[in-house]
Design a protein around this ligand. Structure first.
Ligand SMILES: [Zn+2]
Length: 256
């Protein structure tokens, strides 16, 4: 057994027994991990308020290679993102990246690029006041890039034309699109309007912290979300039933 220290973001927590918690975290140095925090739900616990979902923390833990659950020793908040916690809409949108990582990232696969992406995403939610859905969309695109399965959005794969036609057929299976002039829909295709394609390209090229500046209409946004969700579900078996997106959809419907 050894003592390790790293930065982490709390993805998920569940109660364990009377006073403890089991946490899923994305750590900067060790990838995704499960950690037990004994006594953390006790009112006098040193962890009180520290191990909440979304929190960016520094953590010391006891590590043993042979076990899948490690044990926390100390934890301190670096940033608790109070702006996210204060707004239901922000929490619902910021829950999507957390769930995607929780469900797709293999255990203890060191992925500092993904850690930085999640941190940048939470910081963008914390500071932006509008265009929040575009942060989730930008995260999704950058996550796909890190995962090595980014959709090819820059040109028609058949004729090479870069101008976004009014309507295009995107093949979920092969990850590219044909403009409508080049082909009829594929077996596994979704439609992408020219507007949706252009906005996706912009989000793809722009840094995450700029994403909330994008002006995307509700109608185009819906197409983009449909496209992204379809793409994720097609390529990640574990995301067939993604609860944060369902909740987000219900919340959006409720707010309209
Ligand atoms: Zn074409």
């Amino acid at each position: 057994m050894s003592i390790k220290e790293t930065e982490a973001i709390v993805l998920h927590s569940r109660k364990q027994g009377e006073t403890s918690k089991i946490l899923t975290m994305l750590t900067r140095s060790f990838g995704k991990m499960s950690l037990m925090a004994k006594g953390s739900r006790n009112v006098k616990s040193k962890y009180l308020g520290v191990l909440e979902t979304f929190n960016y923390i520094s953590i010391v833990f006891y590590y043993k290679e042979s076990r899948s659950l490690q044990f926390t020793s100390q934890a301190e908040i670096i940033d608790s993102f109070p702006g996210i916690h204060a707004e239901l809409g922000k929490m619902a949108l910021a829950a999507v990246p957390l769930e995607i990582i929780e469900k797709t990232e293999p255990r203890e696969h060191k992925n500092p690029q993904l850690f930085q992406l999640l941190l940048d995403t939470l910081r963008a939610f914390e500071t932006c006041t509008s265009g929040l859905k575009n942060i989730t969309r930008s995260f999704q695109l950058k996550f796909l890039e890190i995962s090595g399965i980014q959709p090819q959005l820059e040109k028609c794969n058949q004729c090479g034309k870069t101008k976004a036609e009014e309507m295009n057929n995107f093949d979920l299976d092969r990850g590219f699109y044909h403009c409508r002039e080049c082909s009829s829909p594929f077996e596994t295709s979704v439609e992408l309007s020219g507007n949706a394609l252009e906005n996706l390209r912009w989000l793809n090229r722009s840094p995450l912290h700029s994403a909330c500046k994008a002006k995307i209409t509700a109608q185009t946004g819906k197409q983009i979300d449909y496209f992204l969700v379809s793409y994720f579900k097609y390529h990640f078996e574990s995301l067939k039933n993604i609860r944060s997106l369902k909740y987000l959809q219900d919340l959006t419907n409720h707010l309209q």
